[in-house]
Design a protein around this ligand. Sequence first.
Ligand SMILES: CSC[C@@H](O)[C@@H](O)C(=O)COP(=O)(O)O
Length: 392
Amino acid sequence: MVLQAIKYSRGRLEILDQLKLPHQEEYDHVYSSTDAWHAIKDMRTRGAPAIAIVAALGLAVELVNMKLSPAAEDVTVFVLEKLDYLVTSRPTAVNLADAARKLKKTTESAAAKANADGESVREAYVSAAEKMLVDDVNDNENIGRHGAEWVIQKTEAGKKGPVSMLTHCNTGSLATAGYGTALGVIRSLHAKGSLKHAFCSETRPYNQGSRLTAFELVHDEIPATLITDSMAAALLQLKGPSENIAAIVVGADRVAANGDTANKIGTYSLAILARHHGVKFLVAAPRTTIDLATKSGSEIVIEERPGKEVTLVKGPRHDGVTLDLAVIETVSIAANGINVWNPAFDVTPAELIDGIITEVGVVEKDKDGKFDLNHVFKVDGLEDKPSKIGGI
Ligand SMILES: CSC[C@@H](O)[C@@H](O)C(=O)COP(=O)(O)O
């Protein structure tokens, strides 16, 4: 059975509450842009592509179910205001701002047509939002395919035989419309029979690795092992050769024009470890995550989240033997009164990244050691021959 974080049909949107995973699979209805804003802010839905899609569809559902003004201008003003509001939910992932910008353009173009009315503007918006859901799954499958081929063909481990991979945070079906980005690469390697083992890091403080990625790996019956974040160096040192670890593959919340990449806190440390141990470090992201307007990582706004996400842990009671799903407890794991710094993301310098896997190919550095990400926006229709893109 395919894991579905987002269930949508016109006028109806449900999201899997990711705060309750892995132990409870409960869907929440999203009736409006306000519901979508809260689901994103509270991280019941999370992951850069999923955030953008839930925001876009939350507003679509609201538009479909509301009493609509017959005037195109009223509907346009409403849509533009709601999109501005949705973008304020979380700042680092660019996919949300990118989706809002594209949806605004669609809405304004529909309103500018002769004979436009409220209904035609609404239809243009809703169709464009629905297309984002479909496109994301296709893009992820292509990312998986390109990434798996690159790992098999371009890494020493890949040339030897089935590879092991380490991933961080959750970039799978739960973080996207389906299949996933970095986890999609692992899925694709597994589907080809080229995956020896997947390792996933816990991803403190919110445990997207141990709760969500581990859940997806178990669900898909992919051979996998969980480590805490602090074990990554030892993993590469002690098991790198015997497990044939080819690469660390991560997702992205925003890739700047020079390739600097904002992703879940802890990503930067993994990139440093990969370089030290001669393991490739790959970023897997759709083009909607590439932000050419942001020149380098220093311009990226890093979201800071409440300290209680570090000091408190929530989950069902476990007495050491049995899990009791009826009792959800919050446990304090830090000294009362301690100050906490909780940046949700960090920025990995492009220098430490070996390849950026997109739906149109894997971007490698040119002979000057720089990524030229402009090319990925010029290859539509040339999916299988990304000539200016390194890789496959
Ligand atoms: C395909 S998801 C890519 C990124 O969004 C992911 O790696 C990540 O950092 C998610 O952070 P989160 O805070 O859980 O939204």
